[in-house]
Design a protein around this ligand. Structure first.
Ligand code: NAP
Length: 270
């Protein structure tokens, strides 16, 4: 297990769920923390508990990350504090329906929290970390990034975006000291389900992971410097994932050509 000395982690969505578990685990690994979310009371209670249990320095920042001014204030912390070496882009929401059934404001809120906020923060953190030649960004995506037909596409698309962004940042800046990890949880027992009007108990019990187990597995992947960590994917099924990555890589160099593919030259069937 990596022990962090004189390093600070900034965690978004740290007031509950996966983010609060990251706060617990990272404090025990020796990180000082900056905890970001809207619920000041919950953040303060978590910070007080973790200060008492770990002796770490823990700062609380109340921010609504869908608010551009709050987002800019949080983003500015990376340039201002050179001790921050880890960003956990965790805050996220799910909608009460899909794009057709919800009010468009709900979809816009999801995009602001699940796409705009982690992008702005990854940009701010990435600039500071690359300038220093060291730092890490963890983006909490979802297995739904791989399963767009299964769920609302605004949510799954936001997670596919984070996966894509993580892979691109890792490819372009890994050699410059930036480590980027995308974590793809499956269904995990947190408030996100009730907050979006869903009952997690609609799933068979063996589909649902405990948030503590999820974060411990994600940190095992972090220690191994994995770019993509999928805690629920069983070892026996790993070859399917690896085949998919190999098939995707085989398309490289074949997707941009002057010539249209022959099949589009055929006349359309009547
Ligand atoms: P959660 O229990 O609902 O927690 C969400 C966190 O985000 C809370 O701390 C919440 O705090 C914060 N948040 C919500 N809106 C915010 C806003 N406008 N500004 C700042 N913070 C905000 O959800 P979770 O399951 O732990 O989700 C964490 C991440 O895991 C999300 O990105 C989610 O998409 C992803 N994920 C979850 C599952 C699952 O099954 N649970 C599966 C795959 C991926 P406040 O309310 O205090 O602001």
């Amino acid at each position: 297990m990596t022990q962090a000395l004189n390093q600070t982690a900034l965690i978004t969505g740290a007031s509950t769920g996966i983010g609060a578990i990251y706060a617990d685990r990272l404090a025990r690994r020796g990180y000082d923390l900056v905890l970001v979310a809207r619920d000041q009371e919950r953040l303060a209670a978590l910070a007080e508990r973790l200060r008492g249990e770990t002796g770490r320095t823990i700062e609380v920042v109340r921010a609504d990350l869908t608010d551009p001014a709050d987002l800019a204030r949080v983003g500015a912390l990376f340039a201002g504090d050179s001790a921050i070496s880890l960003l956990v882009n965790n805050a996220g929401l799910s909608m009460t329906g899909d794009l057709i059934s919800v009010d468009s404001a709900e979809a816009e809120r999801l995009i602001a929290l699940n796409i705009t906020a982690p992008t702005v923060l990854a940009g701010a953190a990435g600039k500071a970390f690359v300038a220093r030649g060291e730092g890490a960004i963890v983006n909490i995506a979802s297995v739904l990034a791989l399963l767009p037909e299964m769920f609302d596409g605004v949510y799954s698309g936001s997670k596919a975006y984070l996966l894509n962004l993580s892979q691109s940042l890792a490819a372009h800046y890994g050699a410059k000291g930036l480590y980027v990890q995308a974590v793809l949880p499956g269904a995990t027992r947190t408030e996100i389900w009730a907050r979006s009007g869903k009952d997690i108990d609609m799933f068979p019990a063996d589909w649902v992971m405990d948030a503590g187990d999820l974060v411990d597995a994600a940190l095992a992947g972090f220690d191994r410097r994995e770019t993509i960590t999928i805690p629920p994917l069983a070892d026996a099924d790993l070859p399917h994932w690896q085949d998919m990555q190999t098939a995707r890589a085989a398309l490289d160099g074949k997707l941009s050509r002057r010539d249209v593919a022959d099949r589009y030259r055929e006349p359309a069937l009547a």
